[in-house]
Write a protein that binds this ligand. Structure first.
Ligand SMILES: [Zn+2]
Length: 213
């Protein structure tokens, strides 16, 4: 039998390619044919030398590539800033919500501090102020509620600013009590900012999805 198919199989085996015949048949031939065994050993040596040849020298670009990379991935710094601002907004709202509720609670329980308003008016005002404080706390806990809270809080603050300005001009309210409304205004500004930011984030995500798709 010709040795040629076996030598082709040896070559194929060195290149990890299909042998074209059973491996066992090749091994049996190599153990019985010293010419092919010697040819196979030479071929293996040549292949090994070729594979171990020194790779061409290329310049080491590691430092250049690393130096060209931005210090942070694009968007990472902006995302970190956004998270920081959101955390700040939520803590500020939490503080205002606690203060607002704390101020309203005695009024609700005792009717005190309502500038001799009728008892039920004091209670009613206390309930409203507690509701405002609870709204701030709810948005601090779940910022996605901000937009939903705005119609109530926005209307209350606009009307309150309007009547308080009129009452101050007419001398119907002490500056001290009017100043207490600044707490409410501060909270409403924070809620509006939270709502605006989450709307902006949603539209940015929507644009991102469109770009990806
Ligand atoms: Zn042979």
């Amino acid at each position: 039998m010709s040795c040629q198919p076996f030598r082709e199989a040896v070559s194929a085996r060195l290149d990890d390619e299909p042998l074209g015949l059973p491996g066992r048949a090749l091994d049996e031939h190599l153990s019985g044919c010293s010419a092919c065994a010697s040819w196979a050993a030479d071929a293996a040596a040549v292949t090994r030398r070729a594979r171990l040849a020194t790779a061409p020298v290329v310049p080491d670009l590691t430092a250049v590539v690393l130096g060209a990379l931005p210090r942070e991935l694009p968007g990472a710094a902006a995302a970190a800033r956004a998270r920081l601002v959101e955390t700040g907004l939520r803590f500020a709202l939490l503080a205002i919500g606690v203060a607002q509720t704390g101020l309203a609670w005695p009024l609700l329980v005792t009717g005190a501090g309502a500038m001799s308003a009728p008892m039920h008016m004091a209670h009613e005002t206390g309930a409203w102020n507690i509701a405002v404080g609870a709204s701030f706390l709810a948005v601090a806990a779940l910022p996605r509620l901000a937009a939903g809270a705005l119609p109530f809080l926005g209307t209350l603050s606009v009307v309150l600013v309007w009547v308080t300005a009129a009452d101050l001009a007419a001398g119907h309210v002490h500056l001290e009590r009017a100043a207490a409304h600044l707490l409410l205004l501060g909270g409403v500004v924070l809620v509006a900012t939270t709502a605006w930011r989450s709307r902006r984030q949603r539209s940015a995500h929507a644009v991102g999805r469109r770009v990806v798709a």
